[in-house]
Design a protein around this ligand. Structure first.
Ligand code: UDP
Ligand code: MG
Length: 325
């Protein structure tokens, strides 16, 4: 069997500090896998510039001029990590046999790629990289991230525990994945829905080699919320259930009020009335908000806007896709 062509897909946003360091590491990984005969010489590192405002794109273009193993595409503007990864995977799909998506900050251990490729040889179409420890993350990041997975699970959105977007996907799995047309992207929740044989590979997570994280708490919360509402309708069920519960309580309260009124102990209760009105008003507003969130999602989905727009490409990526190999 001919070794597979591997594309390492790397989203980059304002990464001028770290890119010169990690690009060498990616290249080295390609070289060692090629030397071992595990992947084909035509394998590439594909950088996706996600509308960076610094010199990231110039660095990528420079790399690809020096060495054809580096290639790049640039999104027309910043669209976020998930869209950048998707753009890279979709562009790579027809040019390779397998892809591995990884962040460009050197936090994920490159040696896990060997194990991922081994798993592919064993017949897996998707291999999830799973973090072994989170010791290098700050305490805050670690606890919020763990809470995030628990919350997702509780809300009915199944994700692989401690798996970010470091994963191997075969071209076959990607072609099926491309049929998922949604614009609200939550890749780590969507990929498991593709199915096929899959497995996990664990690795140690390092510190960022340079630069700083683009995922502050605000974005993490946004991602958690997107994850839940893109993957599950459990919040709506919970609303229905609590609606039932509140109705039951009100029913009991009405009986109690009637009895008090009939037995002649009723007092003009301004406070209690206002409290109940406020309570119901608050709950209703909250519930409407959650339902509105889903309607918002539907609104975005029916518009069917493109999920990424490529504005620029380095040499090879501008060529038409290679014909059937
Ligand atoms: N990233 C991106 N677009 C964005 C934000 C981040 O492509 O709008 C990339 C970033 O360059 C990095 C990866 O996504 O390669 C993960 O980002 P980061 O390391 O900042 O997140 P963290 O690892 O701290 O969760
Ligand atoms: Mg990172």
């Amino acid at each position: 069997m001919k070794p597979p062509i591997l594309y390492i897909v790397v989203p980059c946003y304002n990464e001028e500090e770290v890119l010169p360091v990690t690009s060498g590491l990616f290249r080295e990984k390609l070289r060692s896998l090629t030397e071992k005969g595990r992947i084909a010489e035509e394998s590439r590192v594909l950088f996706v510039n996600d509308g960076s405002k610094d010199r990231t794109w110039e660095i990528i273009c420079g790399l690809s001029r020096q060495d054809e193993h580096f290639q790049g595409i640039a999104q027309s503007r910043n669209r976020g990590h998930q869209n950048a990864v998707l753009a890279g995977l979709m562009e790579a799909m027809d040019r390779c046999d397998i892809t591995i998506s990884i962040d460009c900050d050197g936090q994920d251990d490159l040696d896990a790629m060997d194990k991922m490729v081994d798993a592919w040889y064993d017949g897996c179409e998707i291999v999830y990289g799973v973090r072994d420890s989170r010791e290098t993350d700050t305490f805050f990041k670690r606890t919020t991230a763990q809470g995030f997975y628990r919350f997702l699970k509780f809300m009915g959105a199944e994700v692989v525990y401690n798996h970010a977007d470091y994963r191997l996907m075969s071209a076959r799995a990607l072609r099926e994945f491309a049929k998922f047309r949604e614009v609200n992207l939550y890749l780590r929740g969507m990929v498991p829905l593709v199915g096929f044989r899959s497995t996990c590979v664990s690795y140690d997570r390092h510190e960022r080699l340079a630069g700083k994280s683009h995922y502050p708490l605000r974005k993490m919360l946004g991602l958690a919320f997107d994850g839940v509402t893109s993957l599950s309708v459990k919040p709506i069920r919970m609303i229905t259930l609590s609606g039932l519960f509140i109705s039951l309580l009100s029913f009991i309260a009405i009986i109690w009020i009637l009895i008090t009124a009939l037995t002649g102990h009723a007092v003009a209760g301004w406070a209690s009335t206002v409290t109940i009105v406020c309570f119901i008003g608050g709950i209703l507003t909250l519930f409407l908000g959650v339902i509105g969130e889903y309607i918002g999602k539907i609104y975005l989905e029916v518009k069917d806007r493109p999920r990424y727009i490529i504005a620029d490409r380095t040499g090879e990526m501008a060529d038409a896709c290679p014909p059937e190999r």
